[in-house]
Design a binder for this molecule. Structure first.
Ligand code: ZN
Length: 572
């Protein structure tokens, strides 16, 4: 059983949530909640909506309390627009705008029965890999089976009270529903299609205000207006502005419609007894659905959840992604280039009100270095308590350890190796086995899945002009132009290769050659002059090996190229 952790923001929220749950519903499971809209690819930015309650729920579970993390799939929302850049989708999907997301066909070629299921599936898979334990609730299922029948009738009965609350905000411009604001312009278009449903609080018609909207019995769309409602019989009449269809139904046994969002959300807080549910910082504004919900929830005899506002999560390095992918990074995309514990760690170590970026660019290498350093500190007991807490939340949940790479070689090194080998497995294994000859890697499985993540990063996100291409033939012109001293440096390096053939040995060698030439001992401290000489020497090696001034770290590059080819390219 994992231990309770008491040093971080997660723990402080857990204290607060447990105390509140004891006050409201002693002895019942503590309910934490998230909401996701499968209106398109679910943006990586929206993962905070899940990770924040996940981490808190997990801490509550570590303490031995019964807890439920609900993920509400808002799949009964209307299909608002056809998102750009989704494979298997064309403009003909516009025909379905106004229908529930579960009534829209899935993209062509999808094995899933409808639009919502298609996009839920990718997220569900990512959440499983991240170790997120939750109860998924389909709002389509809830509404169409009549689970909310009493709540719908109650809302209709109290429509004047609901209208009065909404009226306080109607003149103010409504912010987006519940998702994050897009992080940069490139993502704007895509993010709009992935959960940022515009506000809808129901229209006031000649017949009055109604917080409930039927989906049309003729065309299936929500272009309907309630024209009459009888509180006694619950007979409801609507007409469809789209197809002209009209009918009168009895609301006690009619289940093809939903409460408008600003009523729907607080109704569910009360229905499920939600104690903790965060929302994006856009909810700090007056008129946001969280603010309105605090007032609205009283109508359903409930209380607002503890709901921290979380700051936006940005993405770095996505600009290079082709527009054919729609430019929408999803959690699955992140998990292709980093292991689940690393992604969990990004959320665990920052308080919800701190924004941060998820790196798809070179920064990912630094991030991995930082993670490896933390692992080492945790192992030898020198990490600070808050860092230990974040590490533990990243590496395991209350019930399971996340899978890890048996021999976590530096991501930077792995990336350099697959960069040079272009993924050829025999070469990759040869190089990795030579990194540390005393403890050689004997199978690539020892360095998986980290190796696969590094390979995927190199091949997907590193632009062609930053990839490493080892020369086939020596650069005769450059070799012919070298002075005596440069030639000697190459000879010293070439002669030392065989006796220094390991990551550590080659590191000593490449730094040692300029020292030797300067008449300094091998353990000499670097002086400014020596540093210049080393940089000049390294630049020469890069030019001769990869025709550029920089590249992967030289010892890794030398190992990757192989001793014979190095000697040939150095003209030795
Ligand atoms: Zn219709």
């Amino acid at each position: 059983m994992a231990q309770t952790i008491e040093a971080d923001w997660v723990s402080r929220f857990a204290d607060e949530v447990i105390a509140e749950a004891e006050r409201r519903a002693p002895g019942k499971p503590v309910v934490c909640a998230s909401g996701l809209s499968p209106s398109g690819p679910i943006h990586l930015g929206n993962l905070r909506e899940v990770m924040t309650p996940h981490l808190v729920a997990d801490e509550i579970r570590r303490r031995g309390h019964a807890v439920r993390h609900l993920i509400s799939w808002d799949d009964y929302d209307r299909f608002r627009k056809v998102p750009a850049g989704v494979a298997g989708v064309d403009e003909s999907w516009a025909e379905h705008i106004g229908r529930p997301l579960t009534s829209v066909p899935a993209p062509a070629g999808s094995p899933h029965p409808n639009w919502a299921e298609h996009f839920k599936a990718a997220m569900t898979e990512a959440l499983a890999e991240l170790g997120v334990e939750y109860d998924g609730i389909s709002q389509t299922e809830q509404y169409t089976t009549g689970a909310y029948r009493d709540q719908v009738l109650h809302a209709m009965k109290h429509r004047a009270d609901i209208d009065a609350i909404l009226a306080q905000y109607r003149t103010k411009k409504a912010p987006p529903k519940k998702s994050q604001k897009p992080v940069d312009e490139a993502e704007l278009e895509a993010a709009e299609g992935s959960g940022a449903a515009a506000e809808d609080d129901g229209a006031v018609s000649a017949a009055g205000y109604f917080p409930y909207k039927p989906y049309c019995g003729g065309c299936g769309k929500d272009t309907t207006n309630v024209t009459a409602y009888d509180d006694e019989t619950t007979d409801l009449t609507y007409t469809c502005a789209g197809c002209g269809f009209s009918e009168t139904v009895r609301l006690t046994d009619f289940h093809r419609g939903k409460l408008v969002w600003k009523v729907d959300w607080p109704m569910r807080w009360a229905y499920e007894g939600v104690i903790f549910e965060p929302s994006g910082v856009d909810h700090s504004s007056p008129g946001s659905s969280f603010q309105v919900g605090q007032q609205m929830v009283g109508i359903f005899d409930g209380e607002r959840p503890i709901g921290p506002m979380y700051a936006f999560v940005g993405i770095s390095g996505m600009a290079k992604m082709s527009s054919s992918r729609g430019g929408v990074p999803t959690p699955a995309d992140a998990l292709k280039i980093m292991e689940a514990p690393l992604l969990r760690w990004l959320y665990a170590r920052r308080r919800p009100n701190q924004s941060f970026k998820i790196a798809f660019d070179q920064e990912i290498q630094r991030l991995y270095d930082e993670w490896d350093k933390l692992e080492a500190k945790v192992a030898d007991g020198t990490a600070l308590p808050a860092d230990v807490a974040a590490h533990s939340r990243a590496a395991r949940t209350a019930t399971a350890e996340l899978p890890r790479t048996p021999r976590p070689l530096s991501y930077r090194t792995l990336a350099s190796v697959v960069d040079v080998t272009a993924g050829a497995e025999d070469q990759t294994l040869r190089i990795l086995s030579e990194l540390d000859p005393a403890h050689p890697i004997t199978s690539l499985d020892e360095v998986r899945p980290r190796l696969d993540r590094a390979e995927s990063w190199i091949s997907t996100y590193v632009p062609a002009d930053q990839r490493t291409l080892v020369r086939d033939e020596p650069d005769k012109e450059l070799l012919g132009s070298l002075d005596e001293q440069d030639q000697e440096s190459l000879r010293l390096l070439a002669d030392g290769l065989d006796t220094h053939w390991s990551l550590e040995g080659l590191t000593t060698l490449v730094y040692g050659v300029p020292k030797f030439q300067a008449g300094l001992p091998a353990d000499a401290k670097p002086t400014p002059e020596l540093k210049v000489a080393q940089r000049t020497f390294f630049a020469l090696l890069y030019r001769l090996l990869v025709s550029r001034d920089t590249g992967p770290r030289l010892p890794t590059l030398l190992l990757a190229v192989g001793a014979d080819r190095v000697r040939r390219l150095l003209g030795r």
